[in-house]
Design a protein around this ligand. Structure first.
Ligand SMILES: Nc1ncnc2c1ncn2[C@@H]1O[C@H](COP(=O)(O)OP(=O)(O)OP(=O)(O)O)[C@@H](O)[C@H]1O
Length: 247
């Protein structure tokens, strides 16, 4: 399975410098953590891969199926950085609605929404209005929305932001429990928490990829003498500094 952006250019304003220019990226197998300072282009990359935005130039495809086609949209799940509550919908209705938008029939979407909410331990909030959930609970609803339709590619934009430590652990267990050839691209500022779990690490800055490789090659940037448990943070900072980027 290959999700690929090839020679993509994307800018939010036509008269401004594009955020991504002639940008190519291929999502490796397993879990890839996407790191980078604010404004690096991480969300933009995820939105292009999720086919919620379309590049002005270049192409995005999954195994040859172009982004935007039904086959592509069903295979790819996206959790946006900002989960906007829908005041009239309950958590279950919200997740089922995402499933339905992704092509599930209503009965399946309804059943799978309950299961997806159980996976993020929100069974007790299943009938709560999304507008009445806390920020962390709403993010867990977002994760459930990404899980509901059995996608082969999960694109998650800062999924753990605002989650308490216990829920971060639950989330990591969900990632570990994904079976089959499911690929995950996950952006985070939570370097220490997730980078060491990943199979691959991508670091972006200024719309470019500074590093893209296995976690092993990423951690090789860790400066000697770094405290235990700080290896990923150390590697990240050292990588940015080696490119003259203030971390
Ligand atoms: N809707 C928008 N309209 C105009 N410019 C935007 C918009 N969204 C993002 N940008 C700009 O695009 C650039 C990349 O933003 P993007 O959100 O992809 O970065 P990011 O790496 O996800 O940042 P963060 O870590 O802060 O979420 C930034 O310069 C940002 O100001």
């Amino acid at each position: 399975m290959t999700l690929e952006l090839r020679n993509c250019t994307y800018g939010y304003r036509r008269w401004k410098q594009p955020v991504l220019q002639d940008f190519s990226y291929s999502l490796p197998e397993g879990l890839t953590v996407l790191l980078g300072p604010n404004g690096a282009g991480k969300s933009t990359l995820l939105k292009l891969a999720a086919s919620v935005t379309t590049p002005q130039k270049g192409r995005v495809a999954l195994d040859g199926a172009p982004a935007g086609t039904a086959a592509y949209r069903q295979a790819v799940a996206w959790m946006p950085q900002d989960i906007v509550p829908m005041p009239t919908l309950t958590a279950r209705e919200y997740v089922a609605y995402i499933g339905w938008l992704k092509g599930m029939n209503r009965t399946d979407a309804w059943k799978q929404a309950r299961k997806a909410l159980a996976r993020v331990e929100l069974t007790d909030k299943i009938d709560a209005r999304t507008s009445q959930l806390s920020g962390g609970q709403l993010r867990r609803v977002g994760v459930a929305g990404a899980l509901v339709h059995g996608a082969r590619v999960l694109l998650l934009d800062e999924p753990t932001a605002g989650m308490d430590p216990y829920q971060r652990r639950v989330f990591r267990d969900i990632l570990r429990g994904l079976t089959g050839d499911v690929r995950v691209l996950l952006s985070t500022h939570d370097v220490a928490d997730l980078a060491e779990e990943a199979d691959h690490v991508t670091v972006m800055y200024g719309g470019s990829v500074l590093h893209h490789g296995t976690t092993h090659t990423f951690l090789a940037h860790t400066p000697p003498g770094t405290l235990e448990g700080r290896a990923a943070e150390g590697a990240y900072t050292a990588l940015l500094r080696s490119h003259n980027v203030a971390a």
